[in-house]
Design a protein around this ligand. Structure first.
Ligand code: IPM
Ligand code: MN
Length: 371
């Protein structure tokens, strides 16, 4: 028996989470375990009514679960950033979910836009650092009768901003990225261990050729750790170049470890090459705490309630959740059943089919029960 928290959230979130739970429950029947779901009404609707994002009380409550199953947040009635930072990032940071695990794997039966590439070429995992970098929220904007002064003197660069800002026409903004030795170490170590359990190759992503302080530290930590893993083949790639290699030679990659913001960007690209955003799952993992599993796509408000949203990324996230709980056979069973549905053409319109959201959940559940 497992107790799992669930947050449907906004837009299509509640519909896809309903299908995900259906499939995880079917896996429970087949592999003999029970899930007790605890639903949390967190999201835009409540925020608009009460002003609450995630309450302290809810954080305490969520902390009693090993896993949270998360749909999506984002709503056109709320300014961008409020729900994202106030709910999703709040939970990731609060529970110190420092690993964002994003498999980029082309399932049997899916189509990739990459010519001549197939499931044997597209099978790697991005390990995205999930608590630092440009996501730490240190920044400011100055405008309209404020004093701002920032002076930077470096080898190649001299800049002085001494502004007595009188109107909105004079404006200054900055945002700072932070990487700590500890923050880099723990996620890089996780990536090395994962590579050891897979094909023993690890690629580190950075932009140390330009952002040499922040990613210089990242690189140093990676190089030091590499000495402890002589069995793993390692390489560095700059983030601009890796977008090119993901498209040209995805088969080169096994595990890719990346700072937070580059990880955000390259996993949307990864989602497209593996068959579309409708398929891409992610796990926000704290190996010793509360982890959270979600599709990497957003809440797609315009498709809300139409029954056409693709639940596959969420179902796959359910498989990651089961892996996290130690139900490895069930996790593999869910993924296999997903491949069966795809091969049998039970796919939603974004994948060229006509199945509804619940058709997919029903079919995958049946495939699990019959396996
Ligand atoms: C993601 C999303 C989030 C992120 C947003 C919604 C805060 O884009 O999970 O990739 O930037 O991490
Ligand atoms: Mn993203």
């Amino acid at each position: 028996m497992y107790r799992v928290a669930s947050i449907g959230g906004d837009g299509i979130g509640p519909e896809i989470i309903a299908e995900g739970k259906k499939v995880v429950d079917a896996a429970g029947e087949r592999y003999r375990f029970d899930i007790e779901w605890h639903d949390f009404g967190i999201g835009a609707d409540r925020y608009l009514k009460t002003g609450e994002l995630v309450t302290e009380e809810e954080l305490r409550e969520l902390g009693r679960f090993r896993a949270i199953y998360f749909g999506a947040i984002g709503d056109e009635r709320v300014a961008p950033g409020i729900l994202e930072k106030g709910i999703l990032l709040r939970i990731r940071f609060h529970f110190d979910q420092f690993i964002n695990l994003r498999p980029i794997r082309m399932l049997e039966g899916t189509a990739t836009p990459l010519a001549k590439k197939g499931p044997k070429d597209i099978d790697f995992v991005v390990v995205r650092e999930n608590t630092e970098d440009f996501y730490v929220g240190i920044g400011s904007r100055f405008r309209g009768s404020q004093k701002a002064s920032l002076s930077i003197e470096r080898e190649l660069y001299h800049a002085e901003f001494n502004l007595d800002i009188e109107s909105d026409a004079d404006e200054l903004a900055y945002q700072i990225g932070v990487i700590s030795r500890e923050g880099a170490s723990r996620v890089i170590e996780y990536a090395f261990e994962l590579a050891r359990a897979r094909r023993k190759k690890l690629t580190s992503v950075d932009k140390a050729n330009v952002l040499s302080d922040i990613y210089g530290l990242w690189r140093d930590v990676f190089s030091e750790q590499a000495k402890r893993y002589p069995d793993i083949t390692t390489e560095f790639a700059f983030v601009d170049a890796i977008t090119m290699w993901f498209v040209k030679n995805p088969e080169w990659f096994d595990v890719v470890v990346t700072p937070n913001m580059f990880g955000d960007i390259i996993t949307d690209l990864g989602a497209m090459i593996q068959g579309g955003l409708g398929l891409a799952p992610g796990g926000n993992i704290n190996p010793k705490g509360t982890s959270m599993f979600e599709p990497i796509h957003g809440s797609a408000p315009k498709y809300r309630g139409l029954g056409i949203a693709n639940p596959m990324a969420t179902i796959w996230a359910g498989s990651l959740l089961l892996d996290h709980l130690g139900e490895h056979e069930a996790a593999a069973g869910v993924l296999h059943a997903l491949e069966t549905a795809i091969s049998d053409g039970i796919v939603t319109r974004d994948m060229g089919g006509s199945a509804s959201t619940s058709d997919v959940g029903d079919y995958v559940s049946q495939a699990i029960r019959g396996s």
